[in-house]
Design a protein around this ligand. Structure first.
Ligand code: PLP
Length: 390
């Protein structure tokens, strides 16, 4: 059989999905020397030592087995307490599922609730997985564009305008990747009112909840009436600098969790035990190390915003996560041209905003999870780049 024919065997949903727009830039940057990357959405810190130590100790003790499908009960109890502190109670026995990152939790949640043809409302710009994972689950992604003028916030009006009889799920992410937008409790209450009126289900990805710099994070499920129609996703990658450990969780009413666990038990069995033990340490004793990292991100956030101001790049002030999403429309370049030319000419890697969906066309994503030295140098290079285009 020739190579060409093998593509006949590939599932049509998989064929439809475009390759990640982010990867292309990583690959380009990896081939060059002296590149400062503001491209990756990953903490530049190593996991705090006490968390790594807990892992080492667990290995010494011989904790090398599977755990229950749901995850270690002690970890679920810590997660339940963590969410309880945000105003929403989940029973650790059957309302929390420990997963391999938020990535797995997202995939499970979508596959659990979507029947073929169901529409998933996705405010954009959004995390790159949302649209392809919806398609893979057999759903129809319906994007709801947000814009810089509205501070990249979803409004009740925009949401309502996108709802059809096939709408089933709203996929929320605040603080947002890639814009850094946050939503206040009052703003989320207006969204909740539409959710209730149209009987939607919400998947709320709150992986950046601790990385909130302006005001308090509101857990969507804690809003009146939202607990039983929300699947809350969260994890350890961002707040505790644990991307490589691959640990996250979903919290929802017992019926959703039982259904998600059906898929999880056959596909993943359980999350890695070493990561689970380490996550327990993170939740029990990791608050001050986490807050220290968050303080660093906040200083860098101010630095990059000030830098953009000085070089004349308009940028909405992000209230969370570790991304800035400046507007590059005034250069006359598309986001892809801007990112490519900046990389080639000044060796700074940023991600074109359109890879995150409608609303991101004239912006680029810059991660400020980088050292102050790198950020300062990157801003200088970007300033030179802009000067040449004026
Ligand atoms: N959700 C969002 C919004 C993200 O930005 C990311 C990673 O960048 C993920 C989920 C994936 O997280 P995890 O490492 O827990 O799989």
């Amino acid at each position: 059989m020739s190579i060409g024919q093998w593509s006949e065997y590939i599932n049509t949903n998989v064929k439809e999905i475009p390759p990640s727009g982010i990867r292309k830039f990583f690959d380009l940057a990896a081939e060059m020397e002296g590149v400062i990357s503001l491209g990756v959405g990953e903490p530049d810190f190593v996991t705090p030592w006490h968390i790594r130590e807990a892992c080492i100790y667990s290995l010494h003790k011989g904790s090398t087995t599977y755990t229950s499908n749901h995850g270690l009960l002690e970890l679920r109890e810590s997660i339940s307490q963590y969410l309880g502190n945000q105003g929403v109670r989940y029973n650790p026995q059957d309302e929390i599922l420990v997963t391999v990152g938020v990535s797995e939790a997202l995939d499970l949640a979508l596959r659990t609730v979507i029947s073929p043809g169901d529409e998933v409302l996705i405010p954009t710009p959004c995390y790159v997985s949302y649209i392809p994972c919806t398609t893979l689950a057999g759903g129809v992604p319906v994007t709801v564009a947000t814009h810089m003028e509205d501070h990249f916030k979803l409004t009740a009006g925009k949401l309502e305008a996108a709802i059809t009889p096939k709408s089933k799920v709203l996929l929320l992410c605040f603080p947002n990747n890639p814009t850094g937008a946050v939503m206040s409790r009052e703003e989320l209450l207006q969204i909740a009112e539409v959710v209730r009126r149209y009987d939607l289900l919400v998947i709320s990805d709150e992986i950046y909840d601790r990385l909130t710099y302006t005001g308090e994070h509101t857990c969507f499920a804690s809003l009146p009436g939202m607990r039983d129609r929300t699947i809350t996703l969260n994890g350890f990658s961002k707040a505790y600098a644990m991307t490589g450990w691959r640990l996250g969780y979903a919290a929802a009413n017992a019926e959703f969790i039982a259904a998600m666990t059906k898929i999880h038990q056959y596909t993943m069995l359980c999350a890695p035990i070493t990561a689970q033990i380490s996550a327990m340490e993170a939740l029990r004793n990791g608050k001050s190390a986490m807050e220290g990292m968050v303080a660093h991100y906040n200083r860098r956030r101010r630095l990059i915003l000030q830098g953009f101001k000085e070089i004349g790049l308009p940028c909405f002030e992000p209230g969370g996560a570790f991304y800035a999403f400046p507007y590059i429309g005034e250069t006359g370049l598309t986001a892809a041209e801007f990112a490519e030319e900046l990389l080639v000419e000044e060796k700074v890697a940023v991600i074109p905003g359109d890879v995150f969906g409608p609303g991101g066309e004239n912006c680029v994503r810059c991660s400020y999870a980088s050292s102050v030295e790198d950020l300062t140098e990157a801003l200088e290079r970007m300033g030179r780049f802009l000067q040449r285009r004026r």
